[in-house]
Write a protein of this length. Structure first.
Length: 338
């Protein structure tokens, strides 16, 4: 009896509370913002919704920064494409110069996105060839890093950058500090042709050294591409120099005339830090032939013979490498021959 009366009183109390809430608005949150107003225009202080008022030089620099800082692969690719179009325009628009563009974009050689790397190659091809030679040493540093990268696609795309550099500044590539031996060392690491594993060579001429191209679906194609790039690099390094025309006053000009090139005695390294053999500048064909014959000829010929046995694209690339070696080394300047 008592429990039924208590339930009736509770129901009556709940009913009275419900009556009080009828017609009353729901309580608003503490962070409520009234958006019921209407406006005919939006005024922006010191700004614009379009890029029409942005200076072209400032827009170039903004896109140059986006090439590196943008998180999206598509944004980076579009930023690199914008820089490419500006450099290729007539007249070209490049407020930071070739040096500024290279300094900012060279790290993209190891970008994880294939479209970004492809667009980067187009940008480099749009640079004035005459302005690239002064930056070869810095470019090669990033190329060698890409050649030994863990990702096979990055290694392959880096070889395309090397091809471009050999086209526009081949002589500077093989003669700059570290350009000859250090680059050959990178090819050795990429192909697995290591002179320090001679004891691992079997009676059939194969080596147990690991090859960077193995373990991927495109292994043979990638290895063939790498051997072709090595052959092209050696062809440039062993290319005979153009004969210097004989002049009657050339002897005295060589003694008394002021040099016309910047830092003409750099090869002497009079005031630089001591260099080891890898960092030396091999300025002429003969010096490159001699150091290659002493340090790398036996190793590369052994790797080349092993590649020939594989046949297919790898075998054809090895044959091209053999032609480059025969044409470059079997000459009076090399001091050796078969």
């Amino acid at each position: 009896m008592g429990s039924s009366m208590r339930k009736k009183r509770e129901k009556k109390r709940d009913f009275n509370k419900a009556k009080l809430k009828v017609g009353r608005e729901k309580a608003k949150a503490a962070n409520f913002t009234d958006t019921s107003f209407k406006s005919k225009s939006i005024h922006i202080n010191q700004g614009a919704l379009t890029s029409d008022n942005i200076d072209s030089a400032e827009q170039f620099k903004q896109n140059l920064s986006l090439c590196i800082s943008a998180k999206s692969d598509n944004q980076r690719r579009e930023a690199v494409a914008y820089i490419t179009n500006q450099i290729s325009s007539t007249p070209p628009n490049n407020p930071v110069g070739t040096s500024g563009v290279l300094t900012k974009l060279l790290p993209l050689l190891s970008d994880a996105s294939t479209p970004v790397r492809a667009q980067l190659l187009k940008l480099f091809q749009a640079l004035p060839p005459s302005e690239v030679g002064a930056h070869v040493e810095k470019i090669l540093m990033y190329i060698r890093g890409g050649m030994t990268h863990l990702a096979p696609d990055i290694r392959t795309d880096t070889l395309s950058i090397l091809d471009w550099l050999l086209d526009v500044a081949g002589d500077e590539v093989v003669s700059c500090s570290g350009g000859w031996l250090k680059t050959i060392n990178s090819f050795s690491s990429m192909l697995g042709w290591n002179p320090n594993v001679g004891s691992a060579m079997t009676s059939k001429g194969w080596t147990t050294a690991s090859k960077a191209t193995l373990g991927t679906k495109k292994g043979p194609e990638a290895q063939a591409r790498q051997i072709q790039a090595l052959a092209r690099f050696l062809e440039v390094g062993f290319k005979p120099e153009a004969p210097i025309p004989v002049k009657s006053a050339a002897y005295w000009d060589n003694i008394y005339r002021l040099p016309t090139t910047p830092n003409p005695f750099a090869y002497l390294n009079l005031f630089g830090i001591p260099r080891d053999e890898e960092n030396e500048m091999y300025l002429d064909r003969g010096s490159r032939q001699r150091v290659f014959d002493a340090k790398w000829r036996a190793t590369i010929e052994a790797g080349m013979e092993g590649a020939r046995k594989e046949g297919g694209p790898v075998g054809r690339a090895a044959a091209a490498l053999g032609r480059a070696l025969n044409g470059g080394l079997d000459s009076p300047e090399s001091g050796s021959g078969n």
